[in-house]
Design a protein around this ligand. Structure first.
Ligand code: PMV
Length: 346
């Protein structure tokens, strides 16, 4: 048997602050508006992918989280087709975000670290619909991200079918894509470049709210936010109001989990506020994961100013993280063995 060529790569998660919602071409995955995201640090969240190739292998196979999946899935096939093309151009580095886009639109923004825009492009063939780094992860070191994982009760509507129904039925989405997002993209890039947290935060919250408004304008409507999500929104606004400045921002994707942006100096107090209003099941150390967060005491005045009803066990846990780099090739984390099959894990 020919010794296989094995390559392993890790890739980050990204969180959009200007949302992508709606395709103008379903097959090529071309969006109706540009979007912008922050790439999260792989020290806290990442995916690991191993590819093994050998002339001795009889067929293509794929495993996801150790379980074999259907390799004939159309989106998987579009990515594989392009990558084989690439392999033939041996030694030439290609523009890879165009390939990632054909797997899942928002994934193309994970091809770079830091602050990344996905330019919608105008061409019918999608050649100009690409991701581009706006600033690297080192640009704004004080920026922190908290993922508030909501104890969700059911699986929400998937993004693919959700955005399809929105494009077909929501005139608010059409207005957003044509008349709101272009200006917001310019403002957001300016806010990131200047590290203007107040401007960044306000645009982030308004864009999340408008995305969820287009979901409500979809017919039949789609609800991604639940009661806990709405309480997090109130908590953030009351916290900012108490201090008379925008210290914290929220954003929500196609599900109830909140992603919070803030500056390093505000993390300990804000996390304590969250813990106070969403007391975890036990006082165990597993509630806050990721980058360490110091404990602080809250003033009665602050608790009263927020004045929300307490929701025990509303959140499962919090992941504390920051902006991070793009995909990395790693040498020591192969998931496939020399036979091309998944390595045994217990
Ligand atoms: O690329 P998809 O199909 O996972 O859609 C992503 C949609 C949102 O997460 C809601 C917004 C975004 O830009 O990431």
């Amino acid at each position: 048997m020919e010794k296989p060529n094995v390559v392993t790569c890790t890739a980050p998660v990204n969180i959009a602050v200007i949302k992508y919602w709606g395709k103008r071409n379903e097959e090529l995955i071309l969006p109706i508006n540009s979007s912008l995201s922050v790439t999260l640090h792989q020290g806290q969240l990442k995916t690991t992918t191993t590819v093994a190739t050998s002339r001795s292998f009889q067929e293509d196979r794929i495993w996801l989280n150790g379980k074999e999946e259907d390799i004939t899935h159309p989106r998987l096939q579009s990515c594989l087709r392009e990558i084989y093309t690439l392999a033939r151009v041996f030694g030439v580095e290609g523009e890879l975000s165009g390939i990632a886009r054909q797997g899942s639109g928002s994934a193309c923004r994970s091809m770079y670290g830091g602050f990344v825009q996905w330019i919608m492009g105008q061409k019918d063939d999608g050649k100009d619909s690409l991701a581009q780094q706006v600033e690297p992860e080192t640009h704004w070191p004080e920026l922190r991200i908290l993922v508030l994982v909501v104890s969700a009760e059911r699986k929400p509507v998937g993004s693919t079918s959700g955005m399809q129904t929105s494009v077909q039925t929501s005139c608010l989405l059409k207005h957003r894509a044509e008349s709101v997002v272009p200006g917001r993209m310019r403002e957001m890039i300016k806010a990131v470049r200047r590290k203007d947290f107040a401007a960044f935060a306000e645009l982030t919250m308004k864009d999340s709210n408008q995305f969820h408004a287009t979901c409500l304008d979809t017919y039949p409507p789609i609800f991604y936010l639940n009661r806990v999500s709405q309480q997090v929104i109130s908590l953030v606004h009351r916290y900012n109001k108490h201090y008379g400045e925008t210290r914290v921002a929220y954003t929500f994707d196609a599900g109830p989990n909140a992603v919070i942006f803030t500056l390093q100096q505000h993390v300990p107090e804000f996390v304590q506020v969250v813990r106070h209003f969403f007391p975890p099941e036990t006082n165990g150390g597993q509630f806050i994961r990721g980058l360490p967060v110091n404990g602080v005491a809250l003033s009665e005045e602050l608790k009263q100013a927020i004045g929300l009803e307490s929701t025990p066990k509303g959140l499962s846990y919090i992941i504390s993280t920051k902006a991070g780099p793009g995909p990395c090739v790693v040498e020591d984390q192969h998931l496939l063995g020399s036979d091309g099959l998944p390595k045994k894990t217990d």
